[in-house]
Design a protein around this ligand. Structure first.
Ligand code: PMP
Length: 450
């Protein structure tokens, strides 16, 4: 019964697993971009289980791959050989530039980022990690230190050797400075430079340089910088042009590694490229991935070069479930579906359409401060008014959120103040779905604007 589940969540589950809605939904079935609750009501899923369901709920091809595997073998750990891990590893590596040659399997994004930090410290012999404010990299004790979202807001110490640097958010700027943007939607540009010519990125990367100098007068103590190419939980935050390119260059030339956290931005979601880092013309040393890699199956991976991975020859790392036969079967089917159904292209086409339709909405309502993103990695920021960019009162945000759910769409919420709607659907959605989603958002925002 609904009441029993609510009571269990309240009394027997973590307080951290807060229910999203005032009147929460109880989901029991899914197909592609659709979910059904226990009353048979259908929802368009615009959040994909926190950007996890990449190719669609219960995709028949992924289901079939898993069914076939579970009849043969669930588990052996990586102690023994099994064919699936061989096939999958090569298929995954084909998606990377040729310098990457090793895959290390884990079960979650937090574990993948833990391992990436561990490897970078071993490889460089250095200790410090640079991460961006407003970034999210996991909830293990290690990665909580580099997750500078609520830890930053509530001023919880972030861990030894961690240097959160400012968040170069092109909408607000860290302290309300003027920014311009280099996204398909230029309407809110408020500085006078030509599109693509803004120097803001250069200014922000100087912060990274400061950290390198401060830590390291002679070459650096910095083991790595970890970044999301678009911040996910932070609210689809995009950086000014050249910020990542300059910062990566500075870190790498000081002897540190660059870790690209592709947990949300990977597997074609940004449309223009398979990996988010490729949108910034950087070549990281380590790439971490989770969520979309398994379409909802718990699995994750770290991809790096042979030279870097070889440091694990002199240190212990073992993962009982990482790269298990079921995960390899699912992961392999997911890669096939993305290619066969041209889902990266779909993210580009439908994502751009979505952004443009939402930009129209932004021009209609004073309380939509910003619409941003790339492909199907979209954020819509609700504000008191466009000039102040102050976060919209949370009760009003929640009203819009609730109405949207009642009218049949599920979106995510994020950003430091919870006022950014995160729109990251399964990559198979269509333009008709977008029309429905935008229609619902227009109605919900209109109702709250009155
Ligand atoms: N990195 C990013 C960018 C994420 O969004 C998340 C999860 N929200 C993680 C890492 C952590 O992944 P997991 O919850 O699987 O540990």
């Amino acid at each position: 019964k609904y009441e029993d589940v609510v009571q269990t969540r309240r009394e027997n589950l973590s307080k951290g697993n807060f229910p999203y809605y005032k009147e929460n939904v109880m989901i029991h079935q899914g197909h592609k971009q659709w979910l059904w609750d226990t009353n048979g009501k259908r929802y368009l899923d615009l959040f994909a289980g926190i950007v996890t369901v990449s190719v669609g709920h219960c995709h028949p091809k992924v289901n079939a791959a898993l069914e076939e595997q579970i009849k043969k073998l669930w588990h052996t750990t990586t102690i023994y050989h099994y064919p699936g891990i061989h096939e999958y590893t090569h298929k995954l590596l084909k998606k990377f530039p040729s310098k990457f040659g090793v895959v290390l399997y884990t079960n979650s994004g937090s574990e993948a980022n833990d391992l990436a930090m561990y490897i970078s410290r071993l490889y460089t012999g250095k200790f410090d990690i640079i991460s961006l404010r407003n970034g999210y990299h996991g909830m293990s004790p290690y990665t909580m230190g580099i997750t500078n979202l609520s830890t930053w807001k509530y001023n919880v110490p972030t861990g030894f050797g961690i240097h959160p640097t400012m968040n170069p958010d092109i909408f607000k700027g860290p302290w309300g400075g003027k920014q311009c943007r280099d996204s398909p939607i230029q309407a809110l540009r408020d500085c006078s430079c030509e599109p693509g010519e803004c120097q803001a990125g250069d200014n922000y990367s100087n912060q990274v340089q400061d950290i390198l100098l401060y830590c390291a007068p002679k070459g650096g103590k910095v083991a790595a910088m970890i970044v999301e190419s678009i911040q996910g939980v932070g609210g689809a935050v995009q950086y000014p042009k050249n910020f990542l390119k300059n910062s990566a260059k500075m870190v790498q030339s000081a002897g540190g590694l660059v870790i690209s956290d592709e947990v949300q931005t990977g597997f074609g979601r940004t449309g223009s490229n398979y990996w988010g880092f490729e949108n910034h013309e950087i070549l990281p040393d380590i790439v971490t991935m989770a969520k979309g890699i398994g379409n909802g199956f718990p699995m994750a991976a770290v991809v790096t070069t042979k030279e870097i991975a070889d440091v694990l020859g002199q240190a212990a790392y073992f993962n009982t479930f990482g790269g298990n036969p079921m995960a390899c079967a699912v992961g392999s089917a997911v890669l096939d579906v993305i290619d066969e159904e041209k889902l990266q292209e779909n993210c580009q086409v439908v994502g751009t359409y979505f952004l443009n339709e939402l930009a129209k909405l932004r021009d209609e309502f004073e309380i939509i401060g910003d619409v941003r993103g790339k492909g199907l990695m979209i954020g819509l920021e609700l504000v008191e008014d466009k000039k102040s960019k102050k976060p919209l009162n949370l009760d009003r945000v929640l009203n819009i959120f609730e109405t949207s759910k009642n009218m049949g769409i599920l979106v995510g919420r994020g950003g430091l103040y919870g006022n950014v709607f995160r729109i990251k659907p399964p990559m198979c959605i269509t333009k008709e779905d977008v029309d429905f989603g935008v229609y619902v958002l227009r109605e919900a925002i209109h109702k709250e604007s009155k």
